[in-house]
Design a protein around this ligand. Structure first.
Ligand code: GTB
Length: 218
């Protein structure tokens, strides 16, 4: 059955892999599943056809036969469930822990990172930026300290690579421009291990190719 995802026609990051379609592409590549990509403009994302797929008018979405999904975490979970054992371990308890790491990435580690992105860029010209940025950076550091303590000298968060690592590495990648990740060498190495995976490399290259290509006119 053909799998189709949506991605930015032109990503604001110019193709550095930070938009969330890269997470879905990475999961599909890890699972060895072929997929097609429908590119959408910012305008098309808010039109009825796309809103029928995604109530909030965003990317990525996922279509597979009669199934249509939105929310990156739910999409990665679906891919992992349908295509074990590449993204989920076979053992039921280990699988439950991998799911916990997926939620931890999106619900516990990513929020302060998104706050930092907001204060640096979206609120970059606001008078509170100078005071707020160090506060948010410290909140990020607290999470990174805790995560580094748990990772220890392991390669991955809980045994072998799982969908939990896929999302955690993806979330941490958003920190790279801030330089904060380099304060935590074990986490920087963890992210580098994720990026070195052939499946990640393929997903990154695929989204970069779209962003490097000239936009079709008309
Ligand atoms: N919770 C949803 C999910 O996880 O799927 C969030 C989806 C989401 O934020 N989608 C963004 C979007 O469609 C793209 S990924 N935004 C358009 C809109 O809301 O109108 C977020 C993103 C965008 C750009 C960069 N970047 O350029 O660095 C990084 C991440």
């Amino acid at each position: 059955m053909t799998i189709t995802i949506t991605a930015f026609e032109r990503s604001p990051d110019g193709g550095k892999g930070l938009a969330r379609d890269t997470r879905v592409r990475w999961a599909l590549e890890e699972a060895g599943l072929p997929y097609e990509v429908r590119l959408v403009s910012f305008r098309a994302m808010k039109e009825a056809a796309h809103l029928a797929l995604h109530p909030f008018g965003q990317i990525p979405t996922y279509e597979e036969g009669e199934l249509a999904l939105f929310e990156t975490g739910a999409i990665v979970l679906h891919i992992a469930e349908r295509h074990q054992p590449r993204l989920f371990p076979a053992d039921a308890n280990a699988r439950a822990r991998a799911i916990a790491w997926m939620f931890a990435a999106l619900n516990t580690v990513e929020p302060p990172i998104l706050d930092l992105v907001t204060v640096k860029f979206a609120e970059g010209d606001r008078p509170w930026k100078a005071e707020r940025q160090p506060l948010v950076e410290d909140r990020v550091r607290i999470r990174l300290n805790q995560l580094a303590a748990r990772l220890g000298d392991g390669d991955w968060l809980d045994g072998g690579f799982s969908a939990g690592d896929l999302l955690m590495v993806s979330v941490l990648l958003r920190l790279r421009p801030s330089g904060l990740l380099n304060e935590f060498p074990s986490l920087a190495a963890y992210v580098a291990r994720g990026e070195a995976r052939p499946a990640y490399q393929r997903s990154f290259a695929a989204q970069l190719a779209i962003n490097a290509a000239p936009l079709a006119v008309g």
